[in-house]
Design a protein around this ligand. Sequence first.
Ligand SMILES: Cc1cc2nc3c(=O)[nH]c(=O)nc-3n(C[C@H](O)[C@H](O)[C@H](O)COP(=O)(O)OP(=O)(O)OC[C@H]3O[C@@H](n4cnc5c(N)ncnc54)[C@H](O)[C@@H]3O)c2cc1C
Length: 402
Amino acid sequence: MTSNSWEYTGDGHALAMRTGASLLNMEFVQFHPTGMVWPPSVKGILVTESVRGDGGVLRNSEGNRFMFDYIPEYFKSETAETEEEGDRWYDDKKNNRRPPELLPRDEVARAINTEIKAGRGSPHGGVFLDIASRRTPEFIKRRLPSMYHQFKELADVDITAEPMEIGPTCHYVMGGVEVDADTGASKVDGLYAVGEVAGGMHGSNRLGGNSLSDLLVFGCRAGLNAAYHAERTKDTARPQVDGDEVKAAAQRALAPFSHEGGENPYTIQHDLQDVMQRLVGIIRTADELTESLKEIESLKERTENLAVEGHRQYNPGWHLALDLVNMLTVSECIATAALERTESRGGHSRDDFPGPDDSWATKNLVLTMPDRANGRVQLDHQPLPVMPDELKTLFDTQSEVR
Ligand SMILES: Cc1cc2nc3c(=O)[nH]c(=O)nc-3n(C[C@H](O)[C@H](O)[C@H](O)COP(=O)(O)OP(=O)(O)OC[C@H]3O[C@@H](n4cnc5c(N)ncnc54)[C@H](O)[C@@H]3O)c2cc1C
């Protein structure tokens, strides 16, 4: 996928799953609305939300400030109705409502996606983020110095003089290893998970900034409990490394060096990115997801015959060959769960099931890999714990006032 986390290869998710842990919520992937779309070498690098917070607006190729056409019913009461009101908000937040460019990430990302698909995108496949026509160069350089330098150095664009080209970019995966919230313990004895590799913490859509508090609070819990576990088991039988398994893993890892004329890992990575972007992106349908699973399966077959050149030291092609297995596993998990969840909720949007469905609010989708040898993932429905009444009342009240 186009991704600002484009170095992310799914190692943690896939390794945990192969060891016997379960993954949940893998269908929920967060797209950040504003990533750079040009030039290709920097595609996906994040453009901070502050640009919109400081007055930047989104425009399509016709110059329209299109976000006013995409205000969902749910957010109408707290969103400005006119450009004038939205503009007043920057100076007087008490008496005006927020401009629609500051709606939640998934709403803005979907709106941009729709504009691009309708043929109203920018030359390089995004839309325009314009702060140049709204703020002075001094203001922009003072408030957004790193964005000014990012665009100047990477794209040769002066954001004080011209609009930026931006588009939705894959940002965060809400899904991950199923853990006990108090200890970070997974289903595998001695394996603890926290942060982006863990699932469940952020529901279907993480709120901006909440990763930091997740890492601090649950990182502390998982770290302490992993240390307690190590202490508790120090005199008892620790898991033993099986020499044959290590030998087999080493053989598998080195195999691409001896496959002459095999597949290039970069080609497979490119093809996987294409499948995920085209068929498992922001807006999904059953047909496209079914097709994606077929294509992922065929990519898996092609990875059996990967070939790399050179030697083992500092060989990025070989590293990618090793990473591909995990990338494919994580992609399969996302597509499998996305196909199963026949509703739209948070970071998961289905064109064929456009709204949330209450029956899905009572369960999670859980993925496991019962047989490591064949690498197939298994999907199960798992009921969510029933919400205590006092919490439910609070939740319902909050929903009404939002
Ligand atoms: C551009 C951007 C901006 C963001 N801004 C914010 C923000 O303002 N506030 C906020 O709360 N969140 C933000 N986030 C989200 C947040 O940064 C991440 O969710 C968070 O850093 C995840 O932390 P982590 O420790 O779980 O994983 P990571 O920080 O990804 O750490 C995982 C580590 O594991 C290492 N690793 C991976 N594979 C292997 C392997 N096979 N062997 C050994 N090591 C390995 C990696 O090198 C890495 O060091 C942002 C994310 C991005 C991409």
